[in-house]
Ligand binder design. Structure first.
Ligand code: ZN
Length: 101
């Protein structure tokens, strides 16, 4: 997967379209990512004791990586990622500015 933890992404579809956030976690097999402040869902918790009220908490849900585009740390633009091989190692490069990211 091209997007990794710590990357900043731009959301390109869904209700959070246009927002940016930092990737907190990536799920390789599901091809999903968890992004700070994106895809929040309100969840009602049950009261722990009688007489107490349930609470509403916001949880972050992972979403398909195809809904996000990485923002290049060099040119600050949403971009796609390419790979280059250098000294037998794979490096990610921005397809816009061609720099390593
Ligand atoms: Zn770039």
């Amino acid at each position: 997967m091209k997007i990794k933890k710590g990357d900043t992404v731009l959301i390109i579809s869904g209700k959070d379209r246009g927002k940016t956030g930092k990737v907190l976690k990536s799920f390789l097999q599901e091809e999903k990512i968890l992004v700070e402040g994106i895809n929040l869902k309100k969840k009602h918790t049950k009261p722990k004791r009688e007489g107490e009220k349930g609470q509403i908490v916001e949880i972050i849900l992972p979403f398909p990586v195809s809904k996000a585009k990485i923002i290049c740390t060099r040119c600050q633009k949403p971009t796609r990622i390419g790979y280059i091989l250098k000294e037998k190692k794979k490096f990610r490069v921005c397809k816009k500015c061609r720099k390593e990211i």
